[in-house]
Write a protein that binds this ligand. Structure first.
Ligand SMILES: NC(=O)c1ccc[n+]([C@@H]2O[C@H](COP(=O)([O-])OP(=O)(O)OC[C@H]3O[C@@H](n4cnc5c(N)ncnc54)[C@H](O)[C@@H]3O)[C@@H](O)[C@H]2O)c1
Length: 418
């Protein structure tokens, strides 16, 4: 009997269809799953994962299980769980799953505690809630954790802060920082799925709208480019001069959020920072402005400030849309309660791109069992990154050139000049 807490096991059939559909677009992960079945590199390893419970994640769980691991999954966000996928994980794939879409904060942390009560040897995290709870509430179990993998930018930032404070007691791998992760998942995955989430929530026409992107990091540039591709006039806001300059030279309008607030029709933050959109901005926004976030935590939009400013809130004027009415007659619309809109209102990143992120997760779980890592934030080894890229190219039927001996020698020499 699988242990679980999910919304409705009856949804399993639909969940399974979606998991298998996603799997068709995850050939690299599939090839790793086949090898894992033969070699069982994670045999009898208890593994707890705190990730968005989506069809792609389900395929990662299947892969880890095929590698011999005893797997438990809990949600890394209260609103991103796909209840049908959770049901199928329990019913069809025998994965202990603790995730209910819309769970309150208490249930969210109950699920994280279930993942830690499982006494995992390996943990997978998306945002570092699992690892931080391990350190704060389970000090006696820290020594039992051999390694943790971190999936996202915000999680890596938190873990680096822990390491800097001398608080980090386990080895962690910054999967997010691998090239085959952030150059693709953050850029193309978040770019496309964030636009998808905003459209699914509102059915807005992007063509001709002024679309303000807060933050021109990996996710922000993906979003800005996708929004431009659909005909929006894209404005970028930044705090980092080099990133701002890149945005300018990529052809975007760059200005302060104070100025952008006046002209924007659609706003989406994706900075990993806090209070990027706040009362001073809401006060200036046009009637009908749409406000969303695709950064990891729901702190980028000052929702408390929005609530204080509004004299009336109409919840769910459409699914995932709350209307905030101001005394001067204007309304602004907050999408997905300020949580990652691509996972709340759409399905998160397409499987094609999660193929690489989750191939890295599986390979690094294997790597962490074969190598003794020190308590610190570790990078994904270059050879693993290159392997994932090569496998992805192979599955796409794309061949590339190889360095000749002469070229290798040339690139490694300094004597030859003008
Ligand atoms: N929605 C998703 O599915 C998804 C996927 C991957 C990452 N993320 C999250 O998205 C966030 C961004 O990730 P990233 O990889 O692009 O990070 P990044 O570090 O590459 O980029 C963040 C950018 O935001 C800028 N910034 C910081 N504070 C700002 C402010 N007040 N105003 C304007 N710009 C500001 C930074 O200078 C930086 O250029 C993180 O929270 C990450 O965890 C979400």
């Amino acid at each position: 009997m699988t242990d679980y807490h999910i919304a409705d096991v009856e949804l399993a059939a639909e969940g399974k269809r979606r998991i298998l559909w996603a799997d068709r677009n995850m050939p690299v992960l599939t090839s790793i799953r086949e090898r894992f079945s033969d070699e069982e590199p994670l045999k009898d390893v208890r593994l707890s994962a705190c990730l968005h419970v989506t069809a792609e994640t389900a395929n990662l769980m299947r892969t880890l299980k095929a590698g011999g691991a005893d797997v438990l999954l809990c949600a890394s966000n209260p609103l991103s769980t796909q209840n049908d996928v959770a049901a199928s994980l329990v019913e069809d794939f025998g994965i202990k799953t603790y995730a209910v879409n819309g769970e309150d904060r208490e249930t969210y942390y109950d699920h994280i505690r279930a993942a830690l009560d499982f006494k995992p040897k390996i943990t997978l995290d998306d945002g570092a809630d699992l690892v931080s709870t391990l350190h704060s509430d389970y000090p006696e179990d820290i020594s039992g954790v051999r390694c943790s993998m971190e999936e996202t930018t915000t999680g890596v930032i938190r873990l680096e802060a822990m390491a800097q404070d001398g608080a980090l007691k386990i080895p962690v791998v910054a999967v997010n920082d691998a090239d085959t992760k952030h150059l693709f998942d953050n850029q193309y995955g978040t770019g496309q799925s964030t636009v998808d989430g905003i459209i699914r929530a509102t059915d807005v026409l992007l063509a001709g709208k002024t679309f303000v992107v807060g933050g021109y990091g990996m996710c922000g540039r993906g979003l800005a480019n996708r929004a431009r591709g659909m005909g929006a006039h894209v404005v970028v806001t930044e705090v980092e001069p080099v990133r701002a300059l890149q945005a300018v030279m990529d052809g975007f309008k760059v200005m302060s959020m104070d100025d952008a607030a006046i002209i924007g029709d659609i706003f989406c933050t994706v900075t990993g920072n806090t209070t990027v959109l706040t009362t001073q901005h809401f006060e200036k926004m046009k009637d009908g402005a749409l406000i969303a976030n695709s950064g990891h935590f729901n702190v980028e939009i000052n929702i408390e400030g929005l609530e204080m400013l509004a004299n009336k809130v109409n919840r769910n004027v459409r699914n995932y849309v709350d209307e905030y009415l101001f005394s001067d007659g204007r309304s602004v619309y907050l999408l997905g309660e300020g949580r990652l809109i691509n996972l709340v209102a759409a399905e998160g990143h397409p499987a094609d791109v999660m193929d690489m992120s989750f191939a890295l997760q599986a390979l690094m779980a294997e790597y962490s069992m074969k190598n003794d890592l020190t308590p610190a934030v570790h990078s994904v080894p270059r050879e693993v990154d290159k392997l994932v890229a090569s496998l992805k190219l192979q599955t796409m039927g794309i061949e590339i050139d190889a360095l000749s001996d002469e070229q290798e020698t040339y690139l490694n020499s300094w004597e030859e000049g003008t």
